[in-house]
Design a protein around this ligand. Structure first.
Ligand SMILES: C[S@@+](CC[C@H](N)C(=O)[O-])C[C@H]1O[C@@H](n2cnc3c(N)ncnc32)[C@H](O)[C@@H]1O
Length: 170
């Protein structure tokens, strides 16, 4: 009986872990590695940029922005296991001076120093984020979204074969 209760608790914790970021904005699904450079190049990244990855998962976008383009990069991640994993990933990659990850809800973190924002979230989440992006980002900031668009925003570029969409804050 005790064993079944423990098994039930473990199962419940697993379900909460698996689905709670889905409730916050999006579940985990990594952007394919081949799309990461295309995403950053669509935003015309350079070494003066500050890239924010909203829901930064395993941190590969942050590491690529820092290592390949010399930019600074900040991730925001609400899942504790992915936060720790991406922090270690950045440490091992040797990019700690340029890349870092913050733990928490991306809706609650200030992103006003970003010059590029990358996202792979979910359609309704992108639309909920529009007010925040317009409120906090400077004119000229590039926003690149993988798969999901922003309803009513005019696209400034796209790569249909990679499902990448570029917007520029006015
Ligand atoms: C589809 S994955 C994308 C991961 C990474 N950006 C990439 O492209 O490989 C979405 C990530 O956003 C995180 N996430 C979802 N909602 C969030 C929120 N409100 N605050 C912070 N992170 C969130 C999830 O935990 C997940 O790691």
């Amino acid at each position: 009986m005790q064993f079944l209760i423990i098994l039930g608790i473990v199962f419940l914790l697993f379900v909460i872990w698996k689905y709670w970021t889905l409730a916050l904005g999006a579940g985990y699904d990594p952007t394919p590695t081949k799309c990461i450079c295309r995403m950053l190049e669509l935003a015309e990244i350079n070494e003066d940029d500050i890239v924010y990855d909203m829901g930064s998962g395993d941190g590969r976008i942050l590491i690529a922005a820092a290592r390949l383009y010399g930019a600074r990069a900040v991730g925001i991640e609400a899942d504790p296991s992915r936060f720790i994993y991406s922090w270690l990933n950045i440490l091992v990659s040797g990019q700690v001076k340029r890349a870092r990850v913050k733990f928490g809800n991306l809706f609650k973190k200030n992103i006003s120093d970003a010059t590029i924002v990358t996202l792979f979230l979910f359609g309704p989440t992108n639309n909920k984020l529009k007010d925040k992006l317009l409120r906090e980002l400077k004119p000229g900031t590039r926003v690149v979204s993988y798969i999901w668009t922003f309803e009513g925003w005019e696209m400034q570029g796209y790569l249909p074969e990679n499902r990448l969409y570029l917007y520029v804050i006015k």
